[in-house]
Design a protein. Structure first.
Length: 94
């Protein structure tokens, strides 16, 4: 039996989904990426360090099994984790 099969038999599906769901901040940052903002622009708008923004993006990419930032944004959109109606806190750049 593989490790994935063991984990699937021990960890309920809802717990697996919760572990892989994006945090509010990860969703907010992916939404801003979807608007076309760079990591530096996001850091400035949210008053975060660029490294913190990179960490949130990296964590979101891992949870979404994405290889690139663009893929993470597309997957989050497809999974309805981001979008205009999903995250009111992320405002489009002026």
């Amino acid at each position: 039996m593989s490790a994935d099969e063991i984990r699937a038999s021990v960890v309920p599906a809802s717990a697996e989904r919760a572990r892989r769901s994006l945090t509010r901040r990860e969703r907010e940052i992916l939404q801003l990426l979807a608007y076309g903002m760079s990591g530096a622009e996001i850091a400035s708008q949210l008053v975060l360090s660029p490294e913190t923004v990179r960490t949130h993006i990296r964590n979101a990419m891992s949870k979404l099994d994405a290889s690139t930032r663009s893929q993470a944004v597309v997957l989050a959109l497809q999974q309805d984790q981001i979008g205009a109606e999903k995250d009111e806190g992320a405002t489009a750049p002026a």
